[in-house]
Design a binder for this molecule. Structure first.
Ligand code: ADP
Ligand code: GLC
Length: 482
């Protein structure tokens, strides 16, 4: 039996802002329990969901930022997976997962990384592999190699760094980071944490880890180029032999149109022609849109950031709303410029656009189930899970061909009738609009073809089955001493 520890800043069902939580909450379940014992460690936020499931298991003191600090430990078992939680009132008892105060974020996640390692002896859980996710756990491989090697318990532990989003790197002033983390001076040169005169926590993880993965094969290629590389493409090219792109899966138990407590009408690949549409009319009624089962509904569920292509939408949405026979349903929170944009469209085109500037799991499932198409024109997309969720609910994605969108949506070919969605190549608003209009044309004028695509989309297997095997293979390779 090999022990694997996931270190992540969010994981479903306890805390979620985006896809990282879905992955950290569903991949451990999918790894073969006969050979691997996968556990997850994350912060105990004040806003944790299902907190009644947590039991207190102990505490210890840890030197950090020139002080001895309290580290509390909690545990919960969910869906057969053990989760550990790091507690510290000052750092984690927050109402939101993250803040805009970069210094605070650096401090709390440096603390989290060191505490996650320090806790292992107390927990008597010695991982063979520590699997780190995004910059928040980037210091784990650094601390492990620089400050824990005197203790035989930690010797020989391997590390993996998974990039879910290269844009977020955890950058802060070099001297302050040195002082906060207590890491030796030798870590702060350009071959390690130093990055354009700052400290960069993700870079630390990428330099010190034994293997690197990212969440789709296309993104693994893209990030080796300057356009997608966010300044780290050189390092990623250097480590390309240790870099793998493994496509994410989704939790097919939670996202299952045949068995989803959030949606009013269950459906599957056999009866979607009659049943899926009932979800559309129910949602139209609930949201106050004109109830019209024929009108094409386009859904958006997203963090509202520039990554997701909202600048393209800003450019042509008004034209589409003014002339096309479509209804948009939008769910998201994020940058105020995009929140306000959708509020404006909702106000101005109330019969065609229903925008919900909030976070709601229930509404997200209803949108995946009710919509005909799902718009995701991302500027970059490491993997993207929303388009997979849409596909599973027979909602055809309209995406830009980048990263995981390219790897998971097969563009419709009207000659062979193959495909599961619609896509365009360039980051260009009119290219996106033409693709939306092409989809409208298939939807309205070639309904049989549309339904055939829906059938093809619903049949694709987006479970973790294949990808979990790839992670297992990597854990085996890392621990085989080769
Ligand atoms: P990212 O991780 O970049 O945000 P993904 O597509 O990988 O993008 O994952 C997004 C996840 O977050 C999906 O599970 C999606 O349903 C969910 N999500 C995003 N915004 C909201 C929201 N406002 N309400 C509910 N769920 C949301
Ligand atoms: C990130 C990416 C998204 C990916 C998710 C889970 O948030 O933006 O594309 O699906 O992580 O890996």
């Amino acid at each position: 039996m090999k022990n694997i520890l996931f270190v992540a800043s969010e994981a479903t069902p306890f805390a979620k802002t985006g896809g990282l939580a879905d992955v950290a909450g569903s991949l451990p379940k999918a790894i073969d329990k006969e050979y691997f014992d996968v556990r997850v460690i994350m912060p105990k936020y004040g806003c944790l969901k299902q907190s009644e499931k947590l039991e207190y298991i102990g505490n210890f003191q840890m030197s950090f930022d020139w002080r001895e600090m309290y580290v509390g430990l909690f545990r919960a078992v969910y869906d057969g997976v053990t989760y550990y939680f790091i507690d510290d009132e000052e750092l984690f008892n927050t109402q939101f997962l993250y803040s805009d105060d970069t210094r605070f974020e650096i401090r709390r996640f440096a603390f989290f990384s060191k505490a996650a390692l320090s806790a292992l002896e107390t927990l008597q859980f010695r991982p063979d592999v520590i699997h780190c996710h995004d910059w928040q756990s980037g210091l784990v491989p650094v601390y492990l190699n620089e400050m824990f090697q005197d203790n035989p318990f930690y010797q020989g532990i391997k590390t993996v760094m998974t990039i879910h989003n290269l844009k977020f790197q955890g950058r802060w002033n070099l001297d302050e980071t040195k002082s906060i983390t207590g890491l030796p001076k030798r870590c702060f040169y350009s071959g390690a944490l130093e990055y354009y005169n700052d400290a960069n926590l993700l870079k630390g993880g990428l330099v010190y880890s034994d293997a690197i993965t990212t969440v789709s094969p296309s993104y693994a290629e893209e990030i080796q180029n300057p356009f997608y590389g966010e300044g780290l493409d050189g390092l990623l090219r250097l480590r390309r032999n240790d870099l793998r792109g493994i496509l994410n899966g989704i939790d097919t138990d939670v996202f299952d149109p045949a068995n989803d407590p959030y949606i009013p009408f269950a459906f599957d690949v056999k009866n979607f022609r009659k049943e899926k549409i009932l979800n559309k009319t129910a949602l139209q009624e609930e949201l106050g849109l004109p109830v019209d089962k024929k009108a094409m509904m386009i859904g958006i569920v997203s963090r509202l950031t520039d990554q997701k292509g909202f600048d393209l939408i800003a450019r042509v949405m008004e034209e589409i709303l003014a002339t096309d026979n479509v209804q948009f349903v939008i769910l998201g929170t994020g940058e105020s410029r995009y929140e306000d944009m959708f509020r404006y469209f909702d106000y101005q085109y109330h019969d065609k656009c229903s925008a919900h500037i909030t976070y709601s799991e229930e509404l997200s499932h209803k949108i995946y189930a009710a919509s005909d198409a799902f718009l995701m024109p991302s500027l970059f997309e490491p993997c993207g899970l929303s388009q997979m969720m849409s596909l599973r609910y027979g909602t055809l994605p309209i995406v830009r061909e980048t990263g995981g969108l390219r790897d998971s949506v097969q563009p419709y070919n009207e000659y062979t009738k193959e495909g599961t969605g619609f896509s365009f190549a360039n980051y260009n608003a009119h290219e996106m609009m033409n693709t939306i209009r092409y989809a409208e044309q298939i939807y309205y004028d070639h309904k049989r073809d549309w339904n055939k695509i829906v059938e093809q989309a619903m049949k694709v297997d987006f479970s973790w089955k294949t990808s979990a095997l790839k992670y297992q293979e990597m854990y085996d390779w890392l621990t085989s001493g080769q």
